[in-house]
Design a protein around this ligand. Structure first.
Ligand code: AHR
Length: 332
């Protein structure tokens, strides 16, 4: 690398590190009392703030770090893999004790994971997996996204008769995919397709990414509705895209939950509210409250204890009646 490039890289890196340290009080090196007294220093590279789920996930990690005296250096990668890799490199330079991240996409992390390993810094994956040599990270904490997609597909198979709005014997499903290349988008589509294959009358007629955002879900649903007036079901890979689809369906003069059935994944408060109102028909839960388990795993890894290669989170699924029952106590 020539000198100009080196200087430019150094400036970008330092500005990214500065941004990350200013993001929240839990991100500051000294604010939560974790630095310099033997407490763990953790670098966490978050995907972004694309959904209600992500906001709850970030809060869980920051709140737990604060409560447990972990010195958390937090970066919001704004949905960009290159930002995440840059943040991880900065954590390696800062010689943090442990690095954790939720990968934006599955592939392309091999080199930076090798660098962390060479620097002897353990890495914990949270929420999403990477497609890389498992010896490059200590453990992966998060949901089974294939199972989530299967639950969504099974519900549709079980409720197929109700979903055929115009009674023509076919159930046309449009799918709002998560971020292209992200583990939850790939796995949820796979699990859903596996289950609906049991019923020949169910067909996915269109599938496009809405990038896990409400706006993305709304825009894609608008274009689906413009080109097809026979949509029976929306399968959205998260609540936010499902909520965006509701707006598009209502704007088209249709009734969400009745004229078009909606299945989503996450079970955040806004999604559960729409479910309890009958605008969404079924939600598969994806638990964002990973902070306590993450800090526990980090402590164990640093204490030299064996940790399982895969730690699954416990999850449920909700009908409108069940949503109404639990809504008041929902934490996120
Ligand atoms: O990786 C988890 C997924 O990412 C959540 O389902 C979605 O809402 C988020 O953006």
């Amino acid at each position: 690398m020539n000198k100009t490039l080196v200087a430019a890289a150094a400036i970008t890196l330092s500005s990214l590190a500065l941004t990350s340290c200013g993001d929240s009080d839990a991100s500051s090196g000294t604010d939560n009392g974790g630095s310099g007294d033997g407490a763990i220093t953790m670098g966490f590279a978050q995907v972004g703030a694309e959904s209600g789920w992500r906001t709850a996930n970030t809060k869980s990690i920051q709140d737990t770090a604060k409560a447990e005296g972990v010195d958390l250096k937090f970066t919001d990668a704004q949905g960009k893999q290159e930002n995440q890799i840059q943040a991880i490199r900065s954590y390696i330079q800062q010689k943090v004790d442990v690095i954790a991240f939720s990968p934006v996409v599955e592939t392309g992390f091999d080199a930076v994971l090798q660098e962390a390993k060479a620097a002897n810094i353990p890495v914990i994956l949270t929420d999403r997996a990477v497609d890389a040599d498992p010896s490059l990270y200590k453990t992966f904490l998060g949901s089974d996204f294939v199972v989530e997609g299967e639950k969504a597909g099974q519900w549709l198979v079980d409720n197929a008769a109700d979903a055929d709005a115009n009674g023509d014997g076919t159930i046309n499903v449009v799918q709002l995919e998560g971020t292209t290349g992200a583990a939850p988008a790939i796995d949820r589509a796979e699990g859903f397709a596996d289950k609906i294959a049991a019923d020949d009358s169910i067909e996915v007629t269109a599938s496009q990414t809405g990038d896990f955002t409400r706006d993305g879900g709304k825009q894609v649903m608008e274009s689906f509705l413009q080109s097809d007036d026979s949509i029976d079901v929306v399968f959205a890979h998260n609540d936010d895209m499902g909520l965006g689809a509701i707006e598009a369906i209502e704007a088209a003069g249709l009734e969400p939950g009745k004229d078009v059935k909606i299945i989503t994944i996450d079970a955040v408060k806004d999604g559960m509210t729409a479910l309890s109102e009958g605008k969404i028909n079924y939600i598969v839960e994806c638990n964002p409250l990973l902070g306590p388990q993450l800090m526990d795993l980090a402590q164990k890894v640093l204490d030299g204890e064996e940790v399982p290669a895969r730690v699954l989170t416990e999850e449920s699924a909700f009908t409108p009646e069940q949503a109404a029952e639990v809504l008041a106590d929902r934490q996120y």
